[in-house]
Design a protein around this ligand. Structure first.
Ligand code: ZN
Length: 321
């Protein structure tokens, strides 16, 4: 029986192609997804309390690259249904990549409100069609959130967002070589507690807000500096693919800030490509085990940790969904 006093920990797994930018010939690999699902399945035998959140790519870029937005959902449908049946949360992870014929590559089309809404709508519809489950939880790709996407999420019936990375500065692109039409929003004032995102600023609470909760990701509050080198700036997200030393710095400082904000929780994430890289896969399992087993004493004030879904975390923190 769950102990409501334990520190709620949400782990969102984004299931997507191994490469951030895929081709359109249907041959881009999804090796990480298959491996990750297998490893977690085996691991569950020793950790029956494992509760995870599985968020799937089924957006227009998947349709362009693989012939159908629901390609991965069909490929792994039984695993999705099994996860939902045992109490894991399942939902969508839309990116806003748009294929550019002249450039012959995908572009993150942040400047195009109609396209962003289309990416959300296509994802939600594909998920409902292929799984017969209406998605309620989302994590947008690359931490991107704005009023146009917020409106589309609400229209699609989403009630919980796991996207926001408090402390994240505005920046043009995630990776230097990638193409964008806008910029990631400034999230330096995003709170470290659950809130209802504002209609005119989706990264902050406002009086006029959406009928949806945002559970911000745990991010670091101070840079990690080793040997005079800034290894991770403040605002780095708790990504389980990080080296465990770096991951623990993010979670330790981020949790302290959430406690100060009156909402003790951890919200961490991983990208499925960790399953395609032995070293990142090992980091991920070490970090997951550390979260699951009380973070080596860090969660002692709460009597340990408990892996839960996002909606359960909100309920534990006293927010009504
Ligand atoms: Zn992604």
């Amino acid at each position: 029986m769950a102990d409501p006093a334990r520190l709620p920990v949400v782990v969102a797994c984004n299931l997507e192609p191994d490469d951030r930018v895929t081709g359109i010939d249907g041959r881009s690999p999804w090796v990480g997804v298959g491996t990750l699902l297998d490893v977690v399945e085996q691991w569950r035998a020793d950790a029956p309390d494992l509760c995870l959140t599985w968020l799937w790519r089924c957006d227009p870029a998947i349709a362009k690259g693989f012939g159908d937005a629901g390609w991965a959902l069909r490929r792994w449908r039984s695993q999705i249904l099994d996860a939902a049946a045992r109490g894991d949360d399942v939902g969508i992870h839309p990116h806003i990549w748009r294929w550019s014929e002249p450039l012959k590559t995908f572009v993150a089309d942040q400047a195009n409100d109609a396209w962003k809404a289309e990416c959300v709508r296509v994802s939600a519809e594909a998920f409902a069609r292929e799984t017969a489950i209406e998605p309620r939880t989302v994590q947008m790709g690359d931490g991107y959130m704005d009023p146009a996407i917020l409106r589309a999420l609400v229209d699609a019936g989403i009630t919980l967002d796991l996207t926001l990375e408090p402390g994240g500065p505005a920046k043009e692109r995630m990776v230097h070589t990638e193409l964008t039409t806008g910029a990631l929003p400034d999230r330096r004032r995003t709170p470290r507690h659950p809130f209802r995102p504002g209609w005119s600023d989706a990264c902050r609470p406002q009086r006029r807000h959406a009928p949806m909760w945002a559970l911000p990701i745990t991010t670091s509050t101070v840079p990690l500096v080793i040997d005079g080198v800034v290894v991770d700036p403040a605002g780095t997200a708790a990504n389980l693919g990080l080296d465990p030393h770096r991951f623990r710095h993010v979670v330790t400082t981020g949790l302290a800030a959430s406690v100060a904000a009156g909402a003790p929780y951890v919200n961490a994430q991983l990208r499925s490509d960790v399953g395609a890289d032995a070293r990142l896969g090992e980091f991920t399992l070490q970090n997951l085990e550390w979260l699951r087993t009380g973070m080596r004493g860090l969660a002692d004030p709460w009597g340990g940790t408990e892996l839960v879904t996002g909606p359960t975390a909100l309920a534990r923190l006293g927010y009504v969904t």
